[in-house]
Design a protein around this ligand. Sequence first.
Ligand code: AMP
Ligand code: MN
Ligand code: MN
Ligand code: MN
Length: 276
Amino acid sequence: MLNVDLHCHSTVSDGTLAPAAVAARAKANGVDIWALTDHDEVDGVSEARAAAAALGLQYVAGVEISVTWASQTIHIVGLQIDETNPELVQGLRVTRGGRERRAHEMAAQLATAGIPDAFEGALKHVGNPDLISRTHFARYLVEIGRCADTSEVFRHFLTEGNPGYVPHRWASLEQAVCWIRDAGGVAVVAHPGRYKLSDLAFDAFFSEFKQLGGVAIEVMTGSHTPDQYAYYAKVAANYGFLASRGSDFHSPAESRVDLGALPPLPDSVTPVWYNW
Ligand code: AMP
Ligand code: MN
Ligand code: MN
Ligand code: MN
């Protein structure tokens, strides 16, 4: 059976390994088909593709787009994209655009909470100045000993109701799916188990996603529990979605699930890679 990992991050967004190092780790872990899916950014694609080719690893160009839907942040993964597509490139540039100002607001809130200089501190962890994210702030709070690890940070800071949380308007669902499709790619709902939506809202969301031309959801992801593997396999069957598998690996020190290490997709679903 093929080991397929279609979701992970490099220093081009909020991962700690460069694209070529992520490729090497995927290969070492036995991955056969691999996609790098940095947040709102395709700058790592050429390095990732070249590294994968040198390793004999089948590479799929990818991205993870931040979307605001019904006031919630939702992530949409695009796979098999042409990363040079002008609409996609421009759309991602606009989506990244507000991050720096948001980061200054996050730092101002943290300063009020007794943590000064967090913008400069987070910046030390940033690999791509265009993509400062909450993860970089989380690493700074761990660095200064404020929290033991990044998951503790997200329980006390940077999330709704906590210091350092700044609501942000990302791309619309329609924009994200259209950019991915215009670039010849397939749109996949990332880690559906993470969104706090009622059953009714989830139904509206999946229906709209499907109507826009979205084709798959992540069933096996580092964010899901075993119960959620089974639950989202059923959701995929109910809506006629293909199923994806991706660790969402960010860092050897932080990620619960390593590249290629998830269980295989259940037999009941059709893999998103079935015709690749
Ligand atoms: P941003 O795009 O700046 O809002 O940052 C989102 C990133 O923060 C996600 O892609 C994760 O890498 C990280 N993140 C968000 N919530 C958590 C959490 N509860 N635990 C660990 N990482 C998180
Ligand atoms: Mn991330
Ligand atoms: Mn995500
Ligand atoms: Mn991700």
